[in-house]
Design a binder for this molecule. Structure first.
Ligand code: NAD
Length: 901
C-alpha cells in the first residue's frame, strides 16, 4: 500500500466489532441469532459481525414504530419540541464523527478524503432540516377563498405526519442516505424503520446509537440490517407501514412499488440514472474536463446521478477526449483509507463483476475503449475490488453501455453537432436524474438545461447537493423528491378542514339537494357600496376619489351616454383627477369590451374607475377593476367568490332607471368562446361608491327608461321569491316595487320629472341590494339567454318573462307574491293568498302596458324556432339555482318562452 493510511483497520483491530439490531430503543440480537459479516471491500476482509434481521425482527421493528407513532410520544410533540431532540441527535452524531467517517470509508469503500466530510454534512443536514420544519414549514394554512360558492365557511389545511416510514438505504452513501431518510421523516413527526444495505450496515447502526443517546423516544427510530429480499419484502408489504422511501436501482424500485401497492403505501423512490453531462463548444475545456472527471469517477462512479454520458460537441471533441484521457489516467486508485487515493474499491465482488461485464459489452458493441477497462492491483494489499477509470469514446447513444446504468468508473463519450442534438441525446433515456452543462455562456447553458428532462441540472459544476434544494428523478429515475421543502412534504399527509359557515339544516344549500325544501333560512348581509343620492350628489365625487386613495380616474362610458353630455359632466366634476374618458363600451358587453377598456386604463395608468352609464358600462367597469388589479385578461377572472383583496377602486354613476348594478356583486359578461353570458360574482367587485344624481337619467330615452325600470322590477320580484330571500332583502325589494310601480309611469310621462327619476334610481339601488344577497331566478336565466342568443336588451327580456315566471312560481312563493301584489297597489282584500299572488303577475302586465313595455318576444326580434334552443340554454343559467320552483325541465322553460312569444 502506498502512503500511510490515517487509520489502518487491519493493523488496528485485534478482534472484530459486533453490531446489533436497534429495535424499540434497545440493541438486540436477531431473534433467530443469525449474524453476518460486514466486509472491507478494499481488502475483502471482514471488519465486523452484524445481527441479521429476519421476519420476526422486521415485524418487531414495525410494531415498535407503529406503537411509538400511535402513542403520540413523537407525532404529538410540537415541531419545536422535536427540533430540540433532533438538535441533540445532531450533537450525538458529532460526538461519533471520527468513528462514523472511518467506518463509512472502510465499509463502503469511500475514500477517506470524502468520507471524512460525511458526519459534518449529516449534522448540518439534521440541523437545517429540523430547524426549517419547526420554524418555516407550513403546518397549517388558511385557504382564503375556497372556490366553492355554495359551501361557504372557513377552510384550512393541516399537514400531518404519515405514520410509520420505512427507509431502505443503498450501499454507496450509507450514512448520508440514512440521514436523508431519517431526518425529514422524524422532523415531520413520523417514526422510522431504517434498513441499510447488507454490504454496508454499520454507520446506520452507529446513527442509532446517537439517536438513543439523544433520548429520542423508544420505537421512534429503528434500524435493522438484513437481506433486502427477506426483510425488504416484509417492510414493503406490512399493513402497519404507511410509507416506503427507497434509494437504489430502478429494477428494485419497480419491485418496491409493486410490493407497496398491495397496501397502497406512499412511496418515494430515488432510482438509477444515466445522466448526460453536456460539454458545449464554448466551454472552458480545463473546467469541463475536471467536471467530467469529478462527475463520473467520484466514488468510483457509484453515484446515481453521475454524468456517465459525456456529450461533447464535435467542434472540441478530439481535444476534449485527449485531455479527458490524460486526466483519468492521472487518477490514483488505492486503498480507501489512504489519504492519497482518488478512487477506492468498488463495494463488492458482485459490483465488480457487473462493471467487468459492461466493459465487455461495450467492446462488443463497437465502442472504443481508450483507457482503463481493467482491474487494478493495489500494492501491499491482497485482493480488493479495484477497477481503473474507464473511458469509452465514439459511443452511440443506442448502445447498452449508454442506456443502462453501470454504477462503476465507466464513462461513455458521445459526439454531437448542435445544442438541440445534445438535448435530444440527453433525453433519449429511460432515466432523468441528474445532468450537467459546461459552457462559458450562462444563457445558452440555461437554455440547454431547460430542455433536458431530468430532476437536477448543474451548470459548470457537478455532484452538488444542498439541504434546501430538492433532489429526485424524472421518468424511471424515481417518484417524489428528497431534501428541501418538497422533501418534507413527501413525509406529510394533507388534511383539509372545512368549518361550515352555516350550522343549520335549513340554511345548508347542499343538503337541500336531497330535500323538497329548497328555501334557505339563514343569511349574511354585507353590501359595502357607499351611496350618495340626490340632486347635486355628483359633487361628492372628488372627495370619494381622495378617500379611496386615488389620483388618476378614468371615466368609462358608452357612446350614447357620452353624446348625452353625461361623461363631460363627470369629467368637470373630477377636474384634475380625470386622466381620460373611454367611451367604446357596447351594449351587453363581452370579455373583449373589458380587455379594451383595461388596456386604456393601463395606458393611462389609471388608479380608479368611474363608470358612467347603464348596466353595460358598470358590468364592464367591474371587469376592468378586477383585471387591472390582477393582471391578464378578463377571461382569466370569470369566477365565483375567489377574490381575496380589494380591487381597483370604482365609483359608479348610473344613468338608467336601472339595473342596480351600481351596488351589486355581479358582473355579467358575454363570452364569445362559451356562447353565453358568464359572471364574476364576488363581494370584492362591488363599487366602492355610487352616486345617484337624477340629472344623469333625465336624458334616458323613453324605451330605455321602461326597459331598465322593468329590469329593476324583475330584480325586486325575484329577490322576494328566491330561495335565498330574507327579511332585509324583502324590505328593500318591497319598497323598490312600490317606488317603481308609482314612479315608472311618471318618468315615462315626463322624462324630466326629477323627483320621480331619483325615486327610480333609489328603487333600482334597493332592488340591487336585495338581489345581491337574495339572488334572482328563472326570469333572469331566461333573459340572459335571450340576450346572449338574440341580443334582446336585458331589461326588455326581463319584463317580458317576469309575469310568466311569477305564475310558474305561484305555488312555491305564494305568500311572497301576495306581498308583491300589495306593493304593486293591488287591493288584495278578500282575495285568497294564491289569488293575490296571481294578481301580482297581472299587475306587472298592466304596468308594462301602461308604460309601453314590449310584451312578447316576437316584438323584440326573437325567432319562434329559436325558443327551444333558448330553453336548453336557460336551464343551465346560474340564476335558476335560486328560483322558488326548481328548474330542471327544459320543456317547462320552453313552455314559458312560448307563452312569452
Ligand atoms: N351587474 C348587474 O348587477 C346587472 C344587473 C342588471 C343588468 N345588468 C346588465 O346590464 C346590461 C343592460 O344595462 P342597461 O339596461 O342599463 O343598458 P345599457 O347600459 O346597455 O345602455 C343601453 C343604452 O342606453 C343608453 N343610455 C344609458 N343611459 C343613458 C342616458 N342617461 N341618456 C341617454 N342614453 C343613455 C346607452 O348609451 C345605451 O345605448 C345587460 O348587459 C345586463 O346583463 C347587470
Amino acid at each position: 500500500m502506498e502512503g500511510t493510511p490515517i487509520l489502518n483497520p487491519i493493523a488496528r483491530r485485534s478482534e472484530m466489532d459486533s453490531y446489533k439490531l436497534f429495535i424499540n430503543g434497545e440493541f438486540v440480537e436477531a431473534a433467530n441469532g443469525k449474524t453476518f459479516e460486514a466486509i472491507d471491500p478494499g481488502t475483502e476482509q471482514p471488519m465486523a459481525t452484524v445481527a441479521q434481521a429476519g421476519k420476526a425482527d422486521a415485524e418487531a421493528a414495525i410494531a415498535a414504530a407503529r406503537k411509538a407513532f400511535d402513542s403520540g410520544v413523537w407525532s404529538g410533540l410540537a415541531p419545536s419540541a422535536r427540533l430540540a431532540k433532533l438538535q441533540d441527535f445532531a450533537d450525538q452524531i458529532a460526538q461519533q464523527g471520527l468513528r462514523l467517517a472511518a467506518t463509512e470509508s472502510q465499509n463502503a469503500g469511500q475514500i477517506m478524503n470524502l468520507a471524512k466530510f460525511m458526519p459534518l454534512l449529516s449534522i448540518g443536514f439534521a440541523r437545517n432540516i429540523s430547524l426549517y420544519a419547526a420554524t418555516k414549514f407550513p403546518w397549517e394554512e388558511e385557504i382564503p377563498a375556497s372556490g366553492n360558492a355554495f359551501g361557504p365557511g372557513r377552510e384550512f389545511i393541516r399537514r400531518e405526519p404519515i405514520g410509520v416510514c420505512v427507509g431502505i438505504i443503498p450501499w454507496n452513501f450509507p450514512m448520508m442516505m440514512a440521514m436523508w431518510k431519517m431526518i425529514p421523516a422524524l422532523a415531520m413527526g413520523n417514526t422510522v424503520v431504517i434498513k441499510p444495505a447488507s454490504y454496508t450496515p454499520l454507520t446506520a447502526l452507529i446513527l442509532a446509537e446517537a439517536a438513543k443517546a439523544a433520548g429520542i423516544p423508544n420505537g421512534v427510530v429503528n434500524v435493522i440490517a438484513g437481506s433486502g429480499g427477506e426483510v425488504g419484502k416484509i417492510l414493503c408489504t406490512h399493513p402497519d407501514v404507511d410509507k416506503v422511501a427507497f434509494t437504489g436501482s430502478t429494477a428494485i424500485g419497480r419491485e418496491i412499488m409493486r410490493m407497496a401497492s398491495s397496501t397502497v403505501k406512499k412511496v418515494t423512490l430515488e432510482l438509477g440514472g444515466k445522466s448526460a453531462n453536456i460539454i458545449l463548444d464554448d466551454a472552458d475545456l480545463s473546467l469541463a474536463v475536471e467536471g467530467a472527471t469529478y462527475g463520473t469517477f467520484s466514488h468510483q462512479g457509484q453515484i446515481c446521478e453521475s454524468g456517465t454520458r459525456v456529450l461533447v460537441s464535435s467542434k472540441i471533441y478530439d481535444q476534449f477526449v485527449e485531455m479527458f484521457k490524460k486526466r483519468a489516467e492521472a487518477l490514483r486508485v488505492g486503498y480507501q483509507m489512504d489519504p492519497t487515493s482518488h478512487l477506492g474499491p468498488l463495494v463488492s465482488k458482485e459490483q465488480l463483476a457487473t462493471v467487468e461485464g459492461y466493459v465487455k459489452t461495450g467492446k462488443e458493441e463497437g465502442a472504443e475503449l481508450i483507457t482503463g477497462g481493467k482491474r487494478v492491483e493495489v500494492k501491499g494489499i491482497k485482493g480488493g475490488y479495484y477497477y481503473a477509470p474507464t473511458i469509452f469514446v465514439n459511443v452511440k447513444n443506442k448502445m447498452r453501455i449508454a442506456q443502462e446504468e453501470i454504477f462503476g468508473p465507466v464513462v461513455c463519450v458521445i459526439k454531437y453537432d448542435t445544442d438541440e442534438e445534445a438535448v435530444a441525446i440527453a433525453n433519449d433515456s429511460i432515466y432523468g436524474l441528474g445532468g450537467g452543462v459546461f459552457s462559458s455562456n450562462t444563457a445558452r447553458a440555461e437554455r440547454v438545461a431547460r430542455g433536458v428532462r431530468t430532476g437536477t441540472m448543474w451548470i459548470n459544476n457537478y455532484h452538488i447537493f444542498a439541504d434546501f434544494c430538492p433532489f429526485g428523478g424524472y421518468k424511471q429515475s424515481g417518484v417524489g423528491r428528497e431534501l428541501g421543502a418538497e422533501g418534507l412534504h413527501e413525509y406529510t399527509q394533507v388534511k383539509r378542514v372545512h368549518v361550515s359557515y352555516v350550522a343549520d339544516r335549513n340554511t345548508n344549500m347542499n343538503f337541500s339537494l336531497l330535500s323538497d325544501n329548497k328555501k334557505v333560512e339563514g343569511f349574511g348581509y354585507c353590501c359595502p357600496t357607499a351611496v350618495n343620492a340626490g340632486r347635486g350628489a355628483l359633487s361628492s365625487i372628488s372627495k370619494s376619489i381622495v378617500d379611496l386613495g386615488s389620483r388618476r380616474a378614468l371615466i368609462l362610458t358608452d357612446p350614447g351616454v357620452r353624446k348625452a353630455g353625461l361623461a363631460d359632466l363627470v369629467k368637470n366634476a373630477l377636474a384634475d383627477f380625470c386622466v381620460g374618458i373611454y367611451d367604446k363600451i357596447p351594449p351587453d358587453p363581452d370579455l373583449e369590451s373589458v380587455d379594451g377598456a383595461t388596456d386604456a386604463a393601463r395606458e393611462l395608468r389609471a388608479d380608479c374607475i368611474v363608470s358612467v352609464g347603464g348596466g353595460s358600462v358598470m358590468d364592464t367597469a367591474k371587469g376592468v377593476c378586477v383585471t387591472l388589479k390582477n393582471g391578464g385578461k378578463a377571461n382569466d377572472h370569470l369566477n365565483f367568490v375567489v377574490l381575496t383583496e380589494p380591487q381597483t377602486p370604482h365609483i359608479a354613476i348610473p344613468t338608467t332607471a336601472g339595473t342596480g348594478s351600481e351596488v351589486t356583486n355581479v358582473s355579467v359578461l358575454t363570452s364569445k368562446g362559451a356562447g353565453r353570458k358568464l359572471f364574476i360574482v364576488d363581494t370584492r367587485i362591488m363599487p366602492n361608491a355610487a352616486i345617484l344624481d337624477p340629472r344623469f337619467t333625465m336624458t334616458l330615452p323613453k324605451e330605455m327608461t321602461v326597459a331598465t325600470g322593468m329590469d329593476a322590477m324583475t330584480h325586486a320580484v325575484e329577490a322576494m321569491t328566491s330561495i335565498m330571500s330574507n327579511q332585509i332583502c324583502d324590505g328593500q325589494a318591497l319598497h323598490a316595487i312600490r317606488l317603481i310601480s308609482e314612479n315608472l309611469p311618471l318618468v315615462v310621462a315626463d322624462g324630466k320629472n326629477e323627483k320621480a327619476r331619483l325615486n327610480m334610481q333609489i328603487a333600482a339601488t334597493m332592488a340591487g341590494w336585495a338581489f345581491t344577497i337574495a339572488q334572482v331566478g328563472l326570469a333572469h336565466g331566461m333573459a340572459h339567454t335571450a340576450g346572449a342568443l338574440h341580443h334582446v336588451p336585458h331589461g326588455a327580456a326581463c319584463g317580458i318573462v317576469l309575469p310568466k315566471v311569477m305564475r310558474y312560481n305561484v305555488d312555491h312563493a305564494t305568500d311572497k307574491l301576495a306581498l308583491v301584489a300589495q306593493a304593486l297597489g293591488v287591493n288584495t282584500k278578500g282575495m285568497k293568498e294564491r289569488e293575490a299572488a296571481l294578481a301580482a303577475a297581472d299587475a306587472i302586465e298592466d304596468l308594462m302596458k301602461k308604460v309601453g313595455h314590449p310584451l312578447r318576444f316576437r316584438d323584440v326580434g326573437v325567432p319562434e324556432d329559436g325558443l327551444m334552443m333558448c330553453a336548453f340554454h336557460a336551464i343551465a343559467d346560474t340564476a335558476d339555482l335560486f328560483n322558488a320552483r326548481p328548474v330542471n325541465d327544459p320543456m317547462e322553460v320552453f313552455e314559458i318562452y312560448k307563452q312569452a312569444y
